[in-house]
Design a protein around this ligand. Sequence first.
Ligand code: OOB
Length: 547
Amino acid sequence: MRIPFSPWPESAASEYRDKGYWTGETIHSLLASRAKTTPDAIAIVCGKRRINYAEFYSLVNRLSIAFAKKRLGPKDTAVIHLTNTFEFYLAFFALLKRGVTPVLALAAHRYSELSHYLSQTNAKLLISDGDIWGKQCSEMMQRLQAEHSDLAQIVMTNSLQDMPDFVTDFNSLTSEDDSIHGDLGLPNEVAFFQLSGGSTGTPKLIPRTHDDYLYSVRESSKICQLNEQSRYLCALPVGHNFSLSSPGALGIFYAGGTVVLAKDPSPDTCFSIIEAEKINITALVPPVAMVWMKSAERNAKSLASLKLLQVGGAKFSQEAAKKVEPLLGCKLQQVFGMAEGLVNYTRIDDSSEIIENTQGRPISDDDEILVLDDNDEPVARGEIGHLLTRGPYTFRGYFQAPVTNSKSFTADGFYRTGDIVRQTADGYLIVEGRHKDQINRGGEKIAAEEIENHLIAFDGVLDVALVAMPDELMGEKSCAFLIPEDVNIPVIKLRQFLRQRGLADYKIPDRFEFVPVFPKTAVGKVSKKQLRLQIIDILKGSHKLSL
Ligand code: OOB
């Protein structure tokens, strides 16, 4: 094993192979076959650049050789921290080809998150782009390099032209170079790390193998009926599981379609791209879908080419779901997925009843679904319970996290998703809530414990609890309840403190409340349920503000 991971038991693995789910191919092989079958078709549009499959694959090969020359290879890891640019896919495929394992950081991540991924994986390479860091960029990069002795190289790039040192000229390759120009990815080993939304103090890494990921990509591509005419707008962050594989960019590459990148998901940015590029499919999180629906009332004609809008990442209300087709003129598909594996889709031909009221059903007949009560006993079909799952593309353990793993899995390998669901008679899931201690801020996940650990380090804070508060647009925002040592602390100082610690912006609490004590449960733990009710009361104005 090059990168240690929890494998599927051999009996399950051979079943998945026998059934043709795991084909023994690598993720980058899908690009290699497209470069052969449809070399001239446009794979990616990024700003003014249009890259066809042949060029794309040739650049991937060149960059993979450049990685080899930098002595990067199997057993090495690299952190990719890029905005929505062509370079993301280029770096991703080139690393896979070289057998180097990328960690797909989100562009919103900052020092705190990056530092954590670097320590966990001893990554030798960090690929970032200057734009997202603004002025503090070089300072933070220097700090990361100083603190991580394995980190030999940081590549800052916005375009290929900025990385001449890295992309060797194909024509000047020697026979020695040829010998390092192999395909080093192994189908049944870890291809890359996805990130968990998490509920623990530190972000967790999810190892995904070529075999398991590729299966989910192929099936997702079929479920969404993608083909060479599919034109996908990637408006959500490129590295997120939704936009990468559900069916996302990889599903599009598999089908031979075109991925068009948007730098942000706002209607201002996206509507003109949709019109100009004749986009027919895209994926959004619920708050963005709501904003699009508002804008479309004035601007519907630019969306004429759009056939399918996928919405997922957080619960999409039934009322909003009903409005998609009338306002945007396209079909809705609900997607309930997770970086850990399981992805559910409403199917394109499903009734509007199902599309509007459910979050879909699993990709695979072999996705095993359990809905259990608090004592791990199955509930009756249609009743609410904890969702557990196991299957051909659901992982079997977080990277080097034995304590979390012992809590996150049953003895027979079912993953405890932390979601509360109901399953309909025909196997569709309806998400009813969440058991895990996480805030879902319009699709962006915040692990309460991670933020609490930061805030408790602030001088003058005695205790802290982070909870979700309802928000009309985002679904949820975060509220930090603090017990101060003596006097209330200026909120601006708390925010500054968290920023200085290098936390991603979306994780900084939207609101702070100071209280003398926390409500407790019967067993004496902080009652987050009570705190959530307290903040709802405060928002309704029935409580005096404590600020
Ligand atoms: C996607 O992946 P993650 O890893 O950012 O977050 C997973 C969690 C789920 O466990 C659930 O709590 C929530 O996000 N979630 C939804 C949902 N889709 C995700 N909750 C309610 N309704 C939905 N439709 O978010 C993700 C990965 C692949 C495809 C789509 C979303």
